[in-house]
Design a protein around this ligand. Structure first.
Ligand SMILES: [Zn+2]
Ligand SMILES: [Zn+2]
Length: 310
């Protein structure tokens, strides 16, 4: 069996580069031909589990040649995480009549309360089977054991959870993947979610902003969560945004740009690290931060289409 984690998308809510955006980050990514579609993960172990289903899902499934989806985990009721659910209809349409079984879609009751206002017809037409999950209560889906945990992602996403997923590993035994999704804080860090094999964590900004209105995680603050959650093998950064102000960029006045609170700088220095403008710069600067601060964890920025064997 080949078990793996694939990053279908690694971008923030409006993808990167953003439409028509001339800011330093988007302009640089555009010049390099880089693109980050909306963040979604796929876990495979003879059973295919999709984590989040945003507006790019159709293209993501096509690009990665995904033939089937056995179940879906939804982390919260924001469009970039669920608005692609209607695309799952194709899996029913292309089966002989009567053979298709609705795809189990796991989420909290608070998330379903919002999602059902738009997609209840997918339930009545037998495309999806909504399944309610509760924070800190294990459940199973095929060979996967899954533990949802409460995350704080602000008042507009009350149903937000992260998931710890234990799955069969390629070489026998199990591997665990911890996905915190969009969050500002973890109200509680239960022992169950510490020491996962892999951690997937949001890095919406490089620097924590003065005012964290959208309730997201910055790389600067994610470092503390990486230390606290202490993954055994590796950490991947996802849900990358373009909301950092880049010194000297005339587009820093845009509504989406956030002033940093106390920009990350090397120990004992007042000169902040540069804001990474693309994938290579992200990895380069991040490795420098890890070594300057003597942090021992392995951390990489994920990119669309990256597959990690498990
Ligand atoms: Zn999001
Ligand atoms: Zn969100």
């Amino acid at each position: 069996m080949d078990s793996k984690l694939t990053f279908l998308g690694t971008g923030a809510a409006w993808a990167l580069p953003e439409l028509n955006c001339p800011c330093a980050i988007c302009a640089n990514m555009r010049a390099k031909g880089e693109r980050r579609t909306r963040t979604a993960l796929l876990l495979e172990a003879d059973y295919t589990l999709l984590v989040d289903c945003g507006p790019d899902i159709l293209a993501q499934l096509e690009t990665n040649k995904i033939k089937k989806i056995d179940a879906v985990l939804i982390t919260h009721e924001h469009g970039d995480h669920y608005i692609g659910l209607d695309e799952l209809f194709v899996f029913k349409r292309n089966q002989p009549r009567g053979r298709f079984k609705p795809i189990a879609v796991f989420m909290t009751p608070q998330s379903w309360e919002v999602i059902r206002t738009r997609f209840d017809y997918l339930r009545t037409m037998g495309v999806i089977e909504p399944r309610m999950v509760h924070p800190f209560r294990w459940f199973e889906s095929g060979p996967f054991a899954i533990y949802p945990f409460k995350t704080d992602h602000g008042t507009f996403a009350k149903g937000s959870v992260g998931y710890l997923i234990k799955m069969p590993a390629s070489g026998g035994g199990q591997k665990s993947v911890l996905y915190t999704s969009d969050f500002k804080n973890l109200p509680d860090i239960p022992d169950e979610i510490k020491r996962p094999d892999l951690l997937v964590i949001q890095s919406f900004w490089f620097n924590e902003p003065k005012e964290n209105r959208p309730s997201h995680m910055s790389f600067q603050r994610a470092l503390q969560f990486i230390e606290a959650l202490d993954p055994v093998e590796e950490t991947f950064l996802v849900h990358m945004g373009d909301a950092d102000m880049v010194p000297g960029d005339p587009h820093n006045s845009m509504a989406k740009k956030y002033e940093p609170l106390n920009p990350l700088a090397p120990p004992g220095s007042n000169t902040p690290y540069p804001i990474p403008l693309d994938h290579d710069q992200w990895n380069e600067i991040l490795q420098k931060v890890l070594s300057d601060y003597r942090l021992l964890h392995e951390v990489r920025v994920a990119r669309d289409g990256l597959s990690v064997p498990l």
